[in-house]
Write a protein that binds this ligand. Structure first.
Ligand SMILES: NC(=O)c1ccc[n+]([C@@H]2O[C@H](COP(=O)([O-])OP(=O)(O)OC[C@H]3O[C@@H](n4cnc5c(N)ncnc54)[C@H](OP(=O)(O)O)[C@@H]3O)[C@@H](O)[C@H]2O)c1
Length: 388
């Protein structure tokens, strides 16, 4: 029998789950026609200690209007930080929100008039170029992946605690798609969702992943399968093939009608399917309807939601307020780059139990087009910037 993989838990206690079949990931291909920016301009720094980077001085919803390719001063790692020579940078939906400054509430934390951090990009994979004081976990030349501050650049600084060693089995492109979305999926299912591993020979919990074809969802489907769950994925009809390939047991297209009706699963229309856990990654379905799709002791975890420009967390706040008063648990969370969880993702990808789904790659100069594509819903899994 195959050894059981371990997914360490932070809360609740550590879980051991049976091995699950590995699903194929989408092949890497160049991202569809992302318009490129012209040569670096304006030049704001010169000399050897510079880096090519995408920079942004104000918020805006049109990527080509607010993002510029520039030569800027190379960041210097402070205590506990690492300078990474970036080989690949993942593009996640958060980069659109940070570019647009929407929902507006987030400007309180990220800069009122414009982003405090002028270089976008969080997901990173690359090689350690220098280490700051007090860094003992990494040395120059180590290949790493994780979360950086401004990864849309040749060089980016990251806290050492936000990095892990790149699995040898993963390319830089794959590793750059892992941290932000993988951590969110892991912490959403295991911690916020309290997903339990299936007992050997027993059916797993029923999990509904709303937004299964995107960055977070493509990991959530695979991770829920590692837990032994019976997984239903929701995405648009054009991407159901991807979600099936990721290992989902059932796939429902949200553009083909009401995905919370069991009719989408070819049972009687009055026989609504009920789930032990719903991970709502990017839907906008009202809480009342999601509650009715849960078992009495089920859990709804809201990871995100699109379309709100002011707070963006209306459903999350209502869920938290309502949860103590009712039975199905309603909750939300904000993912964090914990070293133990990065290590878990490293192991799961090194063993092939989880494989990043890569939509395509593009050069740094095409970053605005990549952000435009994600906002338009054209991406399957994750896009990665590889040409620096
Ligand atoms: N809580 C946290 O800590 C955390 C961390 C990271 C991200 N997030 C949030 O999570 C959300 C998703 O991020 P992501 O990177 O996975 O985005 P993404 O790659 O753009 O994926 C979005 C997913 O949502 C689906 N979707 C879009 N409209 C939908 C609808 N009306 N009903 C059902 N599904 C719908 C998309 O399906 P199709 O593409 O097939 O249309 C896709 O699967 C964002 O709001 C992001 O801000 C939260």
């Amino acid at each position: 029998m195959k050894a059981s993989p371990r997914i360490p838990a932070t809360e609740p206690p550590a879980a051991t789950k049976p091995a699950a079949a590995t699903k194929p990931a989408a092949a890497t291909k160049p991202a569809a026609a992302a318009p490129e920016l012209a040569a670096p301009e304006p030049v704001t720094a010169t000399g050897h200690d510079t880096t090519r980077a995408i920079v942004q001085h104000r918020y805006g919803t049109v990527p080509e209007q607010v993002l510029q390719l520039a030569q800027i001063a190379r960041p210097v790692p402070a205590a506990g930080e690492v300078l990474v020579r970036v080989r690949a940078a993942g593009v996640d939906r958060g980069t659109w929100h940070l570019m647009a400054g929407q929902p507006y509430l987030m400007r309180l934390g990220f800069g009122l008039r414009g982003p405090r951090n002028r270089v976008p990009g969080l997901d990173v994979a690359g090689t350690v170029a220098a280490v700051g004081p007090e860094v003992t976990r990494f040395a120059v030349g180590d290949d790493v992946f994780g979360v950086a501050r401004g990864s849309f650049a040749e060089y980016a600084v990251a806290r050492a605690a936000n990095l892990a060693r790149k699995p040898a089995a993963l390319s830089f492109t794959q590793a750059a798609a892992l941290a932000v979305s993988g951590l969110t999926a892991l912490q959403g299912l295991r911690d916020a969702g309290r997903l339990q591993p299936a007992e050997p020979g027993q059916p797993g919990q029923k999990v509904l992943v709303i937004g299964a074809s995107g960055g977070v969802g493509s990991y959530a489907v695979q991770l829920a399968k590692v837990f032994g769950a019976e997984v239903t994925g929701v995405c648009r009809a054009a991407k159901t093939d991807l979600v099936r390939a990721l290992g989902a047991d059932h796939v429902i297209a949200y553009d083909n009608g009401d995905y919370l009706q069991a009719g989408g699963r070819q049972t009687h229309s009055h026989d609504r399917e009920r789930y032990d856990l719903i991970l709502d990654i990017a839907g906008n379905t009202p809480l009342s309807r999601l509650r009715r799709a849960l078992t009495p002791y089920g859990t709804l975890v809201i990871a995100g939601g699109e379309g709100a420009s002011w707070t963006g967390v209306g459903r999350q706040l209502r869920a938290r307020a309502l949860s103590p008063l009712i039975r199905p648990r309603l909750t939300t969370f904000v993912s964090r780059p914990r070293p133990a969880d990065l290590e878990t993702l490293r192991q799961l990808t090194a063993t092939g139990q989880v494989t990043p789904a890569i939509d395509g790659t593009c050069p740094l100069s095409a970053a605005p087009g990549a952000i435009r594509r994600i906002h338009a819903g054209h991406v399957r899994g994750k896009q990665v910037i590889t040409g620096f």
